[in-house]
Write a new protein. Structure first.
Length: 202
């Protein structure tokens, strides 16, 4: 992964001297660190990239990836930047059904590492998993919405809630550590940047 500090003049020139190289500065927050408004070290890097992109047209491809608004701010640094990145691909946030499928994939992956498969109340596509997916989907379109990463965070939270429940119930009843109840699945989904409505049924 390239960082502002690792994008030295020598390294960029070495990349530029290669034929058919793709230089990708991506993954939050690295690409944003090139923004001179927030990091003075980004100025020489961007200036050198512009020069190399101009001198090596057809040989050097530079790809920036990140949140749309932050990338727009980065491209405002120099009037020549937008024209040097003529192709823009916008990836939409996952829909609820896709979040549900991703959650099922995470559970399947965890099952493969366990001594037996995990199961959830009402099934992996059942009511409670759909509620969880719908709650996650309420953050869609907001800055920082994590998509698949958010699903992973919530699946991990399911395991923590289940572990707490098992500790509390172990002395009273026989427990199944491979089963997730309604309470394990739809514990509160919290966002620091989003206020969830409280007057609608889920």
């Amino acid at each position: 992964m390239l960082t502002v500090s690792s994008l030295s003049k020598e390294r960029i020139l070495r990349f530029g001297n290669s034929i058919g190289i793709v230089l990708m500065a991506s993954s939050f927050p690295e690409a944003y660190q090139l923004n001179p408004k927030t990091n003075y070290k980004g100025v020489p890097v961007l200036n050198l990239l512009l020069t190399e992109m101009e001198d090596k047209i057809g040989k050097l491809v530079v790809v920036f990836a990140g949140y749309e608004k932050d990338m727009d701010k980065l491209l405002e640094f120099n009037p020549g930047l937008p024209s040097r990145f003529p192709i823009r691909i916008t990836f939409a946030d996952y829909e609820d059904d896709e979040l549900l499928d991703i959650a099922g994939g995470y559970l399947k992956a965890k099952s493969e590492m366990a001594s037996q498969p995990f199961s959830v109340e009402e099934g992996p596509s059942g009511k409670y998993m759909r509620v969880l997916a719908r709650r996650m989907g309420r953050g869609r379109g907001t800055l920082g919405f994590g998509n698949a990463r958010l699903v992973q965070v919530q699946i991990d939270a399911m395991f923590r809630r289940q572990a707490q429940r098992l500790v509390e119930q172990r002395q009273q009843v026989a427990v199944n550590q491979f089963f997730f109840t309604k309470e394990d699945i739809i514990g509160a989904v919290s966002y620091t940047h989003l206020t969830l409505p409280t007057n609608r049924e889920v």
